[in-house]
Design a protein around this ligand. Structure first.
Ligand code: GDC
Length: 334
């Protein structure tokens, strides 16, 4: 008999790609849940069961987890630096999603629960320089995470751990490092740097302008993980026997200026960078150390930043060129 799998946050970026993976690979009845009205889900599949409801409410969590075997919690109120720095309370309220889902999973006897955490849990002191050493899983403690969003993720990680220890609920946790790719947010205020900078360069090229606004001085560094690698890493952790927390990220570090140069080459269009130091900048440098996941689960990402950016650029270009830039991908009020 097919198992029943629930994907929370199925209307979002990673959730949508995960649903598609399970559709293509068979073996499960797929149930989807998201707070957005269904017409605003980033990917909508006819062959899945869909719930549009607020998972911060316990009753809704109880309802969607009934008769489910496995739960993926990809649901949270999130975005890039422009969103999380200015919406700390909203970000922290996502704790209700994880709390009520865990309670419901315990009652409904779920076999395995997956929690999507973030690199934002890492201690700020270890991210004060550019081109930092990759962050190891242990670097989350002593705790000094990103204010708001990062504290919620770190707290929810621990709640998963204690539901495992105290109630025997089998949990899996990953920390995603800035995931990017097609079918994600690229404007409206929640977009992250890869999509935002593709959009800015595309708009400059289409409108024959040279100037783009860059947040900060462009020297800050990050590593970005392409969505296909993200889904593969997610399943590696989910299917493993380990309750440990794992990084799912890339260790290919770039400065924002270097990423802009890669996008300029893809676009075949040079821009003039206007640095706005007053905009949200986040940490100075961040990257993933993949030693642990490589040694425990034999996994590491395989897609180069340049290759992922080519696919992302081309998808955003098509969206903008076809005039659909005021679309579900830019909705920032949900
Ligand atoms: O937004 P983000 O991708 O998030 O920003 C990366 C860097 O790019 C920041 O220093 C930001 O100032 C700079 N930047 C320059 N121009 C722009 O136009 C722009 N838009 C954006 N968005 N950034 C620009 C993220 C979190 C996520 C998630 C991941 C986990 O932080 O916002 O929610 O948890 O981290 O790694 P980032 O990498 O700081």
């Amino acid at each position: 008999m097919k198992k029943n799998i629930l994907i929370c946050g199925a209307g979002g970026f990673i959730g949508g790609h995960l649903v598609n993976y399970f559709r293509n690979n068979g073996g499960f009845n797929i149930v989807c849940a998201d707070i957005k009205p269904i017409e605003y889900w980033f990917q909508i599949f006819e062959d899945t069961k869909k719930h549009s409801l607020d998972l911060k409410e316990f009753e809704n969590c109880l309802k969607v987890t009934s008769n489910i075997d496995y739960v993926f919690n990809m649901a949270c109120n999130m975005g890039g630096m422009g969103f999380i720095e200015n919406n700390k309370a909203e970000c922290m309220l996502s704790v209700l999603i994880n709390t009520n889902l865990l309670r419901a999973c315990k009652i409904n006897d779920i076999k395995r629960y997956f929690f999507s955490s973030s690199a934002c849990v890492y201690n700020a002191q270890k991210q004060k320089q550019t081109f930092v050493k990759g962050l190891k899983e242990a670097d989350a403690y002593p705790a000094e995470p990103e204010d708001g969003y990062g504290w919620e993720k770190l707290f929810s990680e621990r709640m998963c751990r204690h539901f495992t220890e105290d109630f025997n609920l089998d949990t899996r946790i990953v920390r995603y490092h800035n995931i990017f790719g097609p079918l994600g947010t690229y404007d409206g205020g929640r977009e992250k740097a890869p999509a935002a900078l593709c959009r800015k360069i595309i708009n400059a090229k289409i409108n024959k302008k040279k100037d783009i606004e860059v947040w900060g001085d462009g020297e800050q560094t990050r590593s970005f993980l392409y969505i296909e690698d993200c889904i593969e890493g997610t399943l590696k952790v989910f299917n493993s026997n380990s309750n440990n927390v794992f990084n799912v990220g890339s260790d290919e570090q770039v400065s924002i200026n270097q990423m802009i140069e890669i996008i300029e080459n893809i676009a075949n269009y040079k821009v003039k960078k206007n640095y706005d130091l007053s905009k949200p900048k986040g940490v100075r440098g961040r990257s993933s150390d993949n030693t642990f996941i490589k040694s425990e689960l034999s996994w590491e990402p395989s897609i180069k930043l340049k290759d992922g950016l080519e696919k992302t650029y081309s998808w955003i270009y098509d969206q903008i060129a076809s005039g659909s830039n005021i679309s579900k991908f830019s909705r920032s009020n949900i």
